[in-house]
Design a protein around this ligand. Structure first.
Ligand SMILES: CC(C)(COP(=O)(O)OP(=O)(O)OC[C@H]1O[C@@H](n2cnc3c(N)ncnc32)[C@H](O)[C@@H]1OP(=O)(O)O)[C@@H](O)C(=O)NCCC(=O)NCCS
Length: 166
C-alpha cells in the first residue's frame, strides 16, 4: 500500500469526521478566498506577491486548493503541472492556530490525487533546509530528497529538492 493510502485510511478512520463541526473540507480556491490565503501567507512569513495567488487561480485553478474549517480558510496549497509527466508543489501553508491538526497533510493528499489525475508520474517540491516540520510531512508521504540547491532563497538559505513517484 502507498504511504498516501495508509495516511488517508488513518485520517478517515475512527470518529465520523464528516459530521464533526471541525471537519476539514479540501476544495478549489475561489476568488473570495484570496484575501484569507494572503493573510495566512503573511502569518507564516511566505511573503509571496499577491499576483502569484491570482495567477495560480487563473492559470492553474484545478490545482490551487484551500482547506476550509468551520467556514474559514485554514490553509492553502498551490501546485501546477510544469512538464508533461511532472507536477510541482509551489507553496503550502496552514494558518498558525490550525497547524499540527493534519490540515497540511490533507492538502498534500488532495493535490497529489489531482496531480495523478493530470497524468503526472512525479511530483517535486523545494523546501528550506531548516524547515524540518515540512520535510517530515513530505517524507511521511514518501517524498525523497534528490538534491540541494545552495542559496536558493532570497535570504541565501539552501533548498532541498524532494521528489515523489506517483
Ligand atoms: C509545514 C506545514 C504546512 C504543515 O502543516 P500542518 O497542518 O501543521 O501539518 P500536519 O498537521 O498535517 O502534519 C503532517 C506531518 O507534518 C509533520 N509535523 C507536523 N507538525 C510537526 C511538528 N510540530 N514537528 C515536527 N513535525 C511535524 C509530521 O510528520 C506530521 O505527521 P504526523 O501528524 O503523522 O506526525 C505548516 O507547518 C506551515 O504552514 N508552515 C509554514 C509554511 C511552510 O513551511 N510551508 C511549507 C513550505 S515547503
Amino acid at each position: 500500500m502507498w504511504p498516501e493510502e495508509q495516511i488517508q485510511r488513518r485520517l478517515t478512520d475512527g470518529i465520523g469526521e464528516a459530521i464533526h463541526s471541525d471537519a476539514v473540507i479540501i476544495r478549489r480556491l475561489v476568488p473570495d478566498d484570496l484575501e484569507a490565503a494572503l493573510e495566512i501567507d503573511s502569518e507564516v512569513f511566505g511573503g509571496y506577491d499577491p499576483n502569484i495567488f491570482a495567477a495560480f487561480y487563473e492559470y492553474h485553478p484545478g490545482s490551487t486548493l484551500v482547506a476550509e474549517v468551520g467556514g474559514k480558510v485554514a490553509g492553502f496549497i498551490l501546485g501546477f503541472k510544469h512538464a508533461p509527466f511532472e507536477c510541482r508543489v509551489f507553496w503550502l501553508a496552514v494558518k498558525p492556530g490550525y497547524q499540527c491538526r493534519g490540515i497540511g497533510m490533507r492538502l498534500m493528499l488532495g493535490i497529489l490525487k489531482i496531480f495523478r489525475n493530470m497524468g503526472a508520474l512525479r511530483a517535486t517540491l523545494e523546501v528550506r533546509v531548516s524547515n524540518k516540520k515540512a520535510q517530515a510531512l513530505y517524507s511521511t508521504l514518501g517524498f525523497q530528497m534528490i538534491g540541494i540547491v545552495p542559496s536558493y532563497y532570497s535570504d541565501g538559505e539552501a533548498a532541498i529538492i524532494m521528489k515523489l513517484r506517483l
